[in-house]
Design a protein around this ligand. Structure first.
Ligand code: NAD
Length: 492
């Protein structure tokens, strides 16, 4: 028998669920088993959560930064203690293989480490004598109640792009996990409870779109951090901005990689395969399109096809498995439909991953690695975020044409170049209209101390998650200009 988890909200330091709330099933995508039920919190539950957070704010804000980060040091130790259990829960609710779940947790913990630098990172500026006898100070103060709304694909890592920084800066937090993957934050929140943060400083409210909208409209919420699809990111950005909040909203992606004829094909293939089929293609930094230049295409396509055909799919808890399922049956159907559209629009199916089944896992949502060549520019496969293990191939003659193709898409999350030519690499880095660039890298994921820099339709806002951007987002600047009586100053 599989696992089953109880899913509750965590408000004012207490676990509970709104009485009579509807629930949404949480399904293990590898087995089809229901492993939990997500309560759908309504406006009244959001009101209660915001009130609890607001009540905790004054004392938390007044706690010295050096004391606030002690809770984060403890959280890091507890996360490391519970890595295996949380990693297992990620695989059960999301489907990714266990090594990917554990890798995600490493990325989460790195953000806790960076946020522990707050006593330095949060410092302001001072300049004496901006005019005779007048000094000017810039102080960073927390913004208040911060809502963090998360997607299903990284249930552990993505909340950590935001909440450790928010807390360390003296804010209070409400996390809204994806309703398809709420279990991971239940386990993380138990550790936060063990750390002993004052009640109301960290809260979790579960639910779907209605819960999100209640947070976006609530006058007591001061900042909104969102990660998810572009359509919802646009909605969140517009609605929360209209309600007067600061917003950072990270959206979807369609990430191209460009392969030049001088690239080392073996290395490029291995790195690309990990990028496009890792996490079953459900990464916002998954490579989903290769643009090969000149004669780079032939050998590259053959090598990719061989790996795509050999990939072992199954339950991510099984160590021999290399790729897990996609998140749901609905997602499988959508991905398979888009593969069919690609064929109708003139692309060539080199490896067709539709109709996949795994013996003993008949209820699972599996799509095998898929490779589609000769993808026409502007076609559905070239422009749509498929968010599954589907990799498209296009061919151009020059690096300039490749860059123009990269820049013609609506998204700007990531673009990568494979080459041994430094001049071409510099040209690509300079001209690609994309916020995260990889040179001979397949997943250009910024470390916790750099911003996660999506551009264009992959991001709405100014300040991104992680690092110094997060510190700026979770603080507001206050400028003080001061003059003291001259006769008093002269005494010193
Ligand atoms: P999603 O947009 O469906 O959901 C994200 C969050 O929004 C969830 O908490 C969900 O409950 C809520 N939500 C869904 N519909 C809503 C609505 N109509 N109104 C208000 N709230 C709503 O995204 P997902 O399917 O969970 O995640 C996958 C998407 O996230 C992909 O597009 C992927 O590229 C993107 N993503 C982006 C990044 C990035 O850094 N740019 C990182 C990870 C994932």
């Amino acid at each position: 028998m599989g696992s089953s988890y109880e899913i509750r909200n965590f408000v004012a330091g207490e676990w509970g669920a709104p009485a009579g709330a509807d629930t949404a099933p949480v399904v293990n995508p590898a087995t089809g088993e229901v492993v939990g039920h997500t309560p759908q919190s309504d406006g009244a539950e959001v009101d209660r959560t915001v009130a609890a957070a607001a009540a905790a704010f004054p004392a938390w804000r007044g706690t010295p930064p050096g004391e606030r980060i002690q809770y984060l040091f403890k959280l890091k130790a507890l996360l490391e203690r519970e890595t295996q259990e949380i990693g297992r829960a990620i695989t059960i609710e999301n489907g990714k293989i266990l090594s990917e779940s554990l890798g995600e947790l490493v990325r989460a913990i790195e953000n806790v480490e960076v946020a522990c630098g707050i006593p330095t990172l949060m410092q302001g500026d001072v300049l004496e004598d901006v005019s005779r006898g007048i000094d000017e100070l810039m102080i960073r103060q927390p913004v208040g109640v911060c809502a963090i709304i998360c997607p299903f694909n990284f249930p552990a890592m993505i909340p950590f792009w935001f909440f450790p920084y928010a807390l360390a800066c003296g804010n209070v937090v409400i996390v809204k996990p994806a309703d398809r993957t709420p279990i991971t934050m239940q386990l993380v929140t138990r550790l936060i409870e063990e750390v002993g943060l004052p009640p109301g400083v960290f809260n979790v409210v579960n639910g779907g779109a209605d819960t999100v909208n209640a947070l976006l409209d609530h006058p007591g919420v001061h900042a909104v951090s969102f990660v998810g699809s572009t359509a919802v990111a646009e909605h969140v950005y517009a609605r929360a901005s209209a309600a007067g909040k600061r917003v950072q909203a990270q959206g979807g992606a369609k990430n191209p990689i460009v392969v030049l004829p001088d690239a080392e094909i073996d290395t490029a293939t291995q790195i690309t395969v990990d990028s496009c089929y890792g996490n079953a293609g459900q990464r916002c930094l998954a490579a989903s399109l290769a643009i090969t230049v000149g004669d780079a295409g032939g050998a590259f396509t053959e090598a990719l096809a061989a790996v795509a055909n050999d990939r072992v799919i199954g339950n991510g808890l099984d160590e021999s498995v290399e790729m897990g399922p996609v998140i749901s049956q609905a997602s499988k159907q959508r991905i398979e439909h888009l593969i069919g559209v690609g064929e109708q629009e003139g692309a060539r199916l080199v490896v067709d991953g539709r109709g996949a089944t795994v013996a003993g896992l008949e209820g699972g949502s599996f799509v095998r690695p898929t490779l589609i060549a000769d993808v026409p520019p502007g076609s559905t496969v070239a422009t749509t975020e498929i968010f599954g293990p589907v990799f498209g191939l296009m061919q151009v003659d020059t690096v300039e044409e490749a860059i123009a193709l990269v820049n013609s898409g609506r998204y700007g999350n990531m673009a990568c170049l494979f080459t041994t030519d430094g001049r071409a690499a510099r040209q690509f880095r300079y001209a690609a209209d994309v916020g995260n660039i990889g040179i001979n890298i397949g997943v250009a994921a910024p470390m916790a101390y750099f911003p996660f820099s999506g551009w264009r339709s992959s991001f709405f806002g100014v300040l991104h998650g992680q690092g110094k951007h997060a510190v700026e987002f979770f603080t507001q600047t206050k400028v003080v200009v001061e003059r003291w009586p001259a006769d008093w100053s002269r005494k010193f």
